[in-house]
Design a protein around this ligand. Structure first.
Ligand code: BGC
Ligand code: BGC
Length: 620
């Protein structure tokens, strides 16, 4: 707790947050991660013997698919590689291929003079979600509704284990954004609209991913993102030509007190938990790009909050600071960026960065500070030790996607469901009903159930290669042998059934593609529910979505209504709640609006009159 200066924060927050902050710091005291700066003596010796080329290389992150030659890793002394959302190994997307790719990259790094191993980063944001066979957990929007930090810690521990099974040692998670407007396509990446809940669950995620000792071979380096204000952009402020973005990467137009009270709020708890890296955001704050903002990166984050890990830029985010690339690099590094995520442009970035130092436009002291911060983390991970084991530990393959891991995901699904309506005690359903008709486009679609950042960057509908159990398959396993299950996407044919279940909602999207001006349900969803009602049977509606949607007419028709978010591969957790094996406990972590013109709407607003308030959730 002493690792950030609480006093400074307190003076700049309102009285309410003082109480809140005190409450959320309570858990912090139980996480005694060794301060990164305790590795400084060791790190100083490394920095002292490094050439400028070697230093600049450490400050560079290229993308696997962007590498012109694999040998560029040693030629340019590259310190880090990433695989972005769709950057799979050439050999395919299997556990084996990923592990080989990781090892291969490290072998190149070990050919350099100093043999400093790579940090290999990936977006393991709901499990090791890029890899075939990994367990895929619910997205953060669902986890927020569990209100269960211990569970989030356990999920993160398992995620770390599955990531390490491929050797990979860094995940760009947790996302501790505080989304204020659900038209934003990244809403599901945030635990809640409420900074206090985000702070608590973000801290739990860091603790689970990193453990208390980063040199433990089953932990990964975490990355809190996106700093700061990513969830507060003004609607329509993302002026990117040829882009669907309405809010994504836009401008957060709020005063500093509000920025601190909402968006900065979760960072101190993650820092106190020892998070080793933080990702500055694409968005701007009152017109100034975060990725080039010295006040935010250096004065607030590093000096005031005492963050002693390193900053990794977002994907090509440096390019957005200003038109001239070299100037953009100068602004960003001088503002406090320590490592550039420069997927394809790494050669150009390295050239410019070196020139800027030689021309005196970036002081050597800044370079040394950046390298020190990066090497502190590598030292804490044991990567600078003489006999560091750098290659993947393949004995971890045995637990990859295991039943044990899936059971935790199933529990997370159960706890994330929010029961919004249960008229006439429709739920729990009987497992011995004569016939149940299932409908809806999301009932038997593992891709839709997992959402974005699953196998592919944007996700995909249909039988994506991830495996897992769809909700339809799960219901089949749950009911008695005498119960007949019939299925039609459009709901036609429900006549004569005892009851109906319709699974509707969104189809996958991620950043840039997921912004929407209208959150109405698809016409086919509304029709499927209407079709089922025509059969005169009780109808349970299950909504799969990355955010609250405008559901009024369907809600009226439904006898029971469950918000199931983006549950991931373990559809069995949904069936467990529908059929009474597990009572619903989830509570909304976002306010549920009545209509589009209420948005943005958040708990604490004046004249707050939502369809369902923050914290709502029935049980039976
Ligand atoms: C996203 C980040 C992600 C990074 C690497 C960016 O476009 O904003 O959340 O970590 O790509 O894939
Ligand atoms: C990558 C993502 C990245 C995005 C940003 C995609 O091609 O796969 O990881 O976030 O580009 O533009």
């Amino acid at each position: 707790m002493a690792r950030y200066r609480i006093g400074r924060i307190l003076t700049s927050c309102c009285l309410l947050s003082i109480v809140i902050l005190a409450a959320s710091c309570h858990r912090t005291s139980s996480a005694p991660a060794k301060p990164l700066s305790s590795f400084d003596a060791q790190v100083r010796q490394w920095v002292a013997k490094m050439t400028l080329d070697e230093k600049v290389g450490q400050m560079t992150q290229a993308e696997l698919s962007g590498l012109k030659e694999m040998s560029d890793i040693e030629t340019y002394f590259i310190g880090s590689i990433l695989s972005g959302g769709s950057s799979d190994p050439k050999e395919g997307n299997s556990l084996e291929a990923w592990t080989n790719t990781y090892d291969n990259c490290q072998k190149h790094a070990l050919k350099t003079r100093l043999k400093i191993p790579l940090l290999y980063g990936i977006d393991g944001v709901h499990g090791h979600n890029n890899v075939i066979g990994a367990v895929v957990f619910p997205h953060n929007v669902g986890l927020g509704c569990t209100r269960n930090p211990e569970l989030i810690k356990e999920i993160s521990r398992i995620t770390a284990l599955e990531i390490r099974a491929t050797g990979i040692n860094w995940t760009f998670a947790p996302c501790i954004t505080v989304p204020q407007d659900e038209r934003w396509g990244r809403t599901y990446e945030g635990f809640s609209e409420d900074p206090i809940l985000v702070s608590e669950l973000g801290q739990a995620a860091v603790e689970g991913l990193q453990g208390t000792d980063l040199s433990n071979p089953v932990t990964v380096l975490a990355c809190a993102k996106h700093y700061v204000g990513d969830g507060g952009t003004a609607y329509g402020s993302a002026q990117k030509p040829n882009s669907k973005s309405l809010l994504d990467q836009g401008d957060t137009r709020i005063d500093e007190a509000t920025l601190r009270r909402i968006h900065l709020y979760p960072y101190p708890a993650s820092i106190a938990a020892g998070v080793g890296s933080i990702m500055p955001s694409y968005n701007s704050w009152n017109g100034s790009k975060c990725s080039g903002n010295k006040y935010l990166l250096t004065d607030v984050l590093k000096t005031e909050l005492g963050f002693d890990g390193f900053l990794i830029s977002d994907y090509n985010a440096i390019d957005q600071i200003t038109k001239d690339y070299k100037t953009a690099i100068m602004i960003s590094i001088n503002a406090g960026m320590d490592m550039g995520m420069v997927p394809n442009s790494y050669r150009e970035y390295i050239k410019c960065l070196k020139e800027l130092v030689q021309e005196g436009k970036i002081p050597m002291s800044r370079i040394d500070d950046a390298v020190t911060r990066i090497l502190r983390v590598k030292a804490a991970m044991g990567l600078l030790d003489k006999n560091a084991s750098v290659l993947a530990d393949r004995t971890l393959h045995q637990d990859f996607g295991s039943l044990k891991h899936r059971q935790v995901a199933r529990q997370a699904v159960r706890e994330s469901l929010v029961l919004l309506k249960n008229q006439g005690k429709t739920l729990p359903l009987s497992k011995t009903a004569a016939r149940i008709h299932i409908a809806g486009k999301n009932a038997d679609d593992i891709g839709n159930q997992c959402g974005g950042w699953t196998i592919d960057w944007q996700g995909k509908s249909g039988a994506i290669t991830t495996g897992g159990t769809t909700i339809l398959a799960a219901i089949r396993k749950t009911v008695s042998a005498n119960t007949q299950i019939t299925f039609s996407k459009d709901g036609i044919g429900a006549n004569g059934a005892t009851l109906g279940i319709v699974v509707i909602g969104e189809t996958p999207y991620a950043e840039m593609e997921g912004d929407r001006s209208d959150l109405a349900l698809d016409v086919e969803d509304v029709q499927a529910v209407a079709e089922m009602k025509k059969a005169g049977i009780p109808v349970v509606v299950v909504l799969l979505s990355g955010r609250p949607m405008i559901i009024n007419s369907v809600l009226e028709q439904a006898d029971a209504f469950v918000a199931a978010w983006l549950p991931g591969t373990e559809g069995q957790g949904v069936a467990d709640v529908l059929f009474g094996d597990y009572k619903p406990t989830g509570k909304l972590s976002y306010t549920w609006p009545r209509s589009m013109d209420q948005i943005p709407i958040n708990v604490g607003d004046k004249n707050y009159d939502p369809l369902f308030p923050y914290g709502f959730g029935l049980t039976y």
